[in-house]
Design a binder for this molecule. Structure first.
Ligand SMILES: NC(=O)c1ccc[n+]([C@@H]2O[C@H](COP(=O)([O-])OP(=O)(O)OC[C@H]3O[C@@H](n4cnc5c(N)ncnc54)[C@H](OP(=O)(O)O)[C@@H]3O)[C@@H](O)[C@H]2O)c1
Length: 340
């Protein structure tokens, strides 16, 4: 299969490129060459998806069996890409997000029938935040690839090459050892997925020419926040001691959910953290590796990256808590526990 990946050099797109090559596909990647090195073995075409001339040059005289668009964040920009490529491929996959679903992660469970945020297919950045814009991007793709648009809505993604800095931050912190502030309830179930599992699933669906929307949030009931951080202790071999601190205590002391303590939110108290239904994807063949494997492989990759070059954050937010703040909260928590 001849595959065009828009993006393909950082994390999920990289995993898709690697898996596609492993399967013997011919892979073209299209990116500006600024965020990362292309996977060896791909045909790398340099260009900016926001430049009409670059898209025209990419498409000129070319045909692919499928396009996988990993880096669409603004509907009007995605619309230009689908317009430029619509005569050049019969199938278009868009990597969206569970955040495109209105209200996620609210109290109700979500699935593929849950309504998306309202956002037009030609909306620009002013229409809303990340999730709202992803919903508009989905509409842009569906408008031009009716019936052959595959929309993948991942939940929280982990794995080697993660550039958001969630698991890399926890691994780096836990590798440093000592008493580590662990947020909330260690028994809280957590639903996560490895980028490599999304890659395999996406390519399976592409090979079938499948259309439609699939939530890929991992399999529920396989991990807890406690087991995730214990796996980090085991993988790094640091002997770090996890000190579990109550949600309310952390909130009162200004610990920021989601960013300062990655993957943590009090919104899920008593439920599953980052829950989505992946039932449709599982029925279509999604399989998810054990979390321990994801943590081990991510550490194997990360320990080869010097700390000063590790990325703890993305276009939306920085990840991680300042060590002084962590030490202060831990000291106050010890006092609280002593007085109880
Ligand atoms: N991380 C999560 O937990 C999570 C959850 C749900 C959904 N998602 C979605 O999953 C996707 C993850 O993407 P990724 O970063 O891992 O993908 P990736 O394809 O590995 O990396 C992003 C690619 O986009 C390229 N790019 C960025 N701007 C470009 C432009 N203007 N023109 C051409 N290429 C451009 C980058 O290269 P250059 O910068 O060099 O051009 C890079 O190759 C995103 O769509 C995200 O919304 C992520």
């Amino acid at each position: 299969m001849k595959l065009l990946i828009i993006g393909g050099s950082v994390f999920l797109g990289r995993a898709i490129a690697e898996e596609a090559l492993r399967r013997g596909h011919e892979v073209t990647t299209f990116n500006r060459g600024v965020s990362g090195a292309d996977v060896p073995g791909v045909e790398a075409v340099r260009g900016d998806r926001e430049a009409a001339a670059d898209l025209a040059r990419l498409a000129d005289g070319r045909r692919w069996d499928a396009v996988v668009d990993v880096c669409g964040f603004t509907p009007s920009i995605v619309l230009e890409s689908v317009r430029a490529l619509s005569g050049h491929s019969p199938h278009y996959t868009f990597i969206s997000s569970v955040s495109a679903i209105a209200g996620w992660p609210g109290t109700a469970g979500v699935d593929e029938s849950s309504p998306l945020w309202p956002c037009p297919p030609d909306g620009d950045a002013g229409f809303g935040d990340y999730g709202v814009l992803k919903a508009g991007c989905e509409r842009a793709v569906e408008q031009h690839f009716e019936g052959t648009a595959l929309v993948v809505q991942p939940g929280l993604i982990l794995g080697p090459h993660e550039n958001v800095g969630r698991l890399p931050w926890w691994l780096t912190r836990i590798a440093r050892g000592g008493r580590v502030l662990a947020p909330g309830d260690p028994d809280l179930p957590i639903q996560l997925i490895d980028a490599r599992d999304i890659a395999a699933f996406t390519l399976d669906q592409v090979a079938r020419g499948a259309g439609g929307r699939f939530l890929t949030g991992g399999v529920p009931g396989r991990a807890t926040f406690g087991s995730l951080l214990e796996e980090c202790v085991a993988a790094t071999g640091s002997g770090a001691e996890l000190v579990w601190v109550d949600d309310s205590f952390l909130v009162e002391r200004g610990a920021e959910e989601w960013t300062e303590l990655p993957l943590w939110t009090t919104a899920a108290t008593g439920r599953t953290l980052w829950a989505t239904s992946s039932a449709r994807a599982v029925a279509a063949g999604l399989t998810c590796r054990p979390l321990a494997e994801t943590v081990r492989d991510t550490w194997d990759w990360l320990k080869g990256v010097p700390e000063e070059r590790r990325s703890f954050g993305n276009r939306q937010a920085r990840s991680g808590m300042d060590p002084d703040k962590e030490a202060r909260i831990l000291a106050e928590w010890e006092e609280e526990v002593r007085l109880r």
